[in-house]
Design a protein around this ligand. Structure first.
Ligand SMILES: [Zn+2]
Length: 80
C-alpha cells in the first residue's frame, strides 16, 4: 500500500465509498495506508472503481497533508 502523504501520482475517488484511491502498479485500484481503519469500503484495500477528479493543486496538497491517518502504527509504537 502507499501513503497518501507521499503519493505523487494521480489521485481518484472510489466509486464505492467516495474516498481517495489510486491506480496501483500490481493490484489495480487501491486505497491508501492512512485509510486502514477509517473508511468502510467493501473493496478495501482495493477500491471499487474510480472517479476522476480535476483537483485544484492547493486542495490536493491540503487533502494529502490533512487526511486522517487511521493506520495502526504498531511498529512505531513498539520502537518507542
Ligand atoms: Zn472505496
Amino acid at each position: 500500500m502507499s501513503s497518501i502523504r507521499t503519493y505523487s501520482g494521480e489521485i481518484y475517488l472510489c466509486k464505492t465509498c467516495g474516498q481517495p484511491c489510486f491506480e496501483g502498479e500490481e493490484a489495480g485500484l487501491e486505497h491508501f495506508t492512512e485509510q486502514w481503519d477509517g473508511i468502510f469500503c467493501p473493496w478495501f484495500p482495493l477500491a471499487g472503481g474510480r472517479l476522476e477528479v480535476e483537483w485544484d493543486t492547493a486542495s490536493l496538497d491540503d487533502l494529502k497533508a490533512d487526511y486522517p491517518d487511521t493506520y495502526p502504527h504498531l511498529t512505531e509504537a513498539a520502537a518507542g
